[in-house]
Design a protein around this ligand. Structure first.
Ligand code: RP5
Length: 219
C-alpha cells in the first residue's frame, strides 16, 4: 500500500514536470537556459555602448545567430537583437565579414547547425555577400538584411543580398531597421514551427499591434 502511494506521488511529480517542460517556449537544452538567454543578450547590448557587439557567452545555447559584416552595422542590427529578446529567444551576435574575414565566415556558417543554431540572420552593406556565403555553407534558413549604404542608400546591399542565383536561397528582408526587426520576427515564426509557445507569443504580438491601430485616434 505504502509502496503504491509512493509510486503514485512519483508519477504525479513526473507529470507535473512534463507539463512544465511543454509550457516552456524554447527547448531547454540547459535547465538554466531561459534566464541565461535573456541575460546574455542584454549583456551583448550593454557592451555595445562602445558599438562593438560582444559575442554572447554560450550559456543557454542560442538558437539564432545574428551576424553582420561590420561593427558599423550594429546600430541597425540591435533592432533584431532587441526583438528576439522580447520573445525571450537566445541568440548570439557576431561581426563576421565575407570579405575581410572569409575563413571565419566559412568556419562559423559550416559549424552553425552542429552548434545548435536553427536560424541565421546575416546583415551586410555594399557588395553584401555575407548572407549568400553563409547560405552556401549551411542548410539552415538564412535571412539577409541589407544595410543602408552611404553611396546608394542600400540599393546595392539589397540587390546583392536578394539576387541569389537559383540553388542557394537567401530570404531577403527590407533595407535597414525595418528589415532587422522583421528578420527577428521571421526567425521567431520559423522557430515557432517546433517551439509551440513561440507561436502563441507571436499571435499575442500581432494582436497588440492590431489593438494599437484600432485604438489610434487622430488629433
Ligand atoms: C560591409 O561593408 C558591412 O556590412 C558594412 O555595412 C559595410 C561598411 O563597413 P565599414 O566600412 O563601416 O566597416 O562589409
Amino acid at each position: 500500500m505504502g509502496k503504491k502511494l509512493a509510486q503514485n506521488s512519483s508519477n504525479i511529480k513526473k507529470t507535473k514536470s512534463a507539463i512544465r517542460r511543454s509550457k516552456s517556449e524554447i527547448r531547454p537544452r540547459n535547465p538554466k537556459s531561459e534566464v541565461a538567454r535573456s541575460g546574455s543578450s542584454t549583456s551583448a547590448i550593454r557592451n555595445s555602448q562602445s558599438e562593438i557587439p560582444a559575442p554572447n557567452p554560450r550559456i543557454g545555447e542560442p538558437l539564432v545567430a545574428i551576424v553582420m559584416g561590420s561593427q558599423s552595422d550594429w546600430e541597425t542590427m540591435r533592432s533584431a537583437s532587441e526583438t528576439l529578446e522580447k520573445f525571450n529567444v537566445a541568440h548570439e551576435c557576431r561581426v563576421i565579414s565575407a570579405h575581410r574575414s572569409p575563413a571565419l565566415a566559412v568556419e562559423f556558417s559550416s559549424s552553425a547547425e552542429a552548434k545548435g543554431f536553427e536560424v541565421i540572420i546575416a546583415a551586410a552593406g555594399g557588395a553584401a555577400h555575407l548572407a549568400g556565403v553563409f547560405a552556401a555553407h549551411t542548410t539552415l534558413p538564412v535571412l539577409g538584411v541589407p544595410m543602408k549604404s552611404d553611396a546608394l542608400k542600400g540599393l546595392d546591399s539589397l540587390l546583392s543580398t536578394v539576387q541569389m542565383p537559383a540553388g542557394i536561397p537567401v530570404a531577403s528582408l527590407a533595407i535597414g531597421k525595418p528589415g532587422a526587426t522583421n528578420a527577428a520576427l521571421f526567425a521567431v515564426a520559423i522557430l515557432a514551427n517546433s517551439h509551440p509557445g513561440l507561436r502563441e507569443k507571436l499571435w499575442n504580438f500581432r494582436q497588440e499591434q492590431d489593438q494599437k491601430i484600432r485604438a489610434t485616434e487622430l488629433t
